[in-house]
Write a protein that binds this ligand. Structure first.
Ligand code: PRP
Ligand code: HPA
Length: 176
């Protein structure tokens, strides 16, 4: 497990000044270029998912990189996966949340039949930075009446303390 974590961390490429000056961008996609790092990630995801067996009814993930992991975790647990997407991408009846950013606003949506009142939910993403995306997702899922018992990310930018903002437990595989 600690060997798998090391292998995974060693294969996450970092790009200085992307997408803007001063940002050190951690690229999850670089993991999938390497067979053993990919296998390590899937093994870690499987162990994590199995540790939740019986505690979760539905897995949500955040567009777009959360979609790389949410369906797999749902499959390991034998429960549904449901996407949270940017405005205007999802068909059918949706719940919508508009939330404030440093400059302007953003808007996310989920299909209203994606979760039932009282169900226990996990939210998955590749990374937590400021925690804005996970916080907004928790708020959005409240409108469905589901209970977010945990949020899971592969990478946590620990200096930004995003987990403090999120109104639910946050679990990360790697900290930077
Ligand atoms: C990135 C990342 C997380 C979010 C983390 O997604 O994949 O979803 O930002 O930042 P936060 O904790 O400050 O909210 P991005 O908005 O770049 O969308 P994308 O995955 O569709 O490229
Ligand atoms: N990597 C990927 N997504 C991000 C990052 C990062 O370093 N920071 C904010 N969103």
């Amino acid at each position: 497990n600690s060997e798998e974590l090391k292998l995974l961390k060693d294969h996450i490429e970092s790009f200085p000044d992307f997408p803007s000056p001063g940002i050190l961008f951690r690229d999850i996609f670089s993991v999938f270029r390497n067979q053993s790092a990919s296998q390590a990630l899937h093994s870690l995801l499987k162990s994590y998912a199995l540790s939740l067996k019986g505690q979760i009814d539905v897995v949500f993930a955040i567009e777009s990189r959360g979609f790389l992991f949410g369906p797999y975790i749902g499959q390991v647990l034998g429960i549904p996966f449901v996407p949270i997407r940017k405005k205007g991408k999802l068909p059918g009846v949706v719940e919508r949340l508009e939330y404030g950013l440093e400059y302007g606003t953003d808007c996310i949506e989920v299909q209203e039949d994606g979760g039932k009142v009282g169900q226990k939910a996990l939210i998955v993403d590749d990374l937590i930075a400021t925690g804005g995306s996970l916080t907004a997702s928790c708020q959005l899922l409240k409108t469905l009446g589901v209970e977010v018992v945990e949020c899971f990310v592969i990478m946590e930018l620990a200096d930004l303390n995003g987990r403090q903002k999120v109104p639910s437990k946050v679990v990360s595989l790697l900290q930077f």
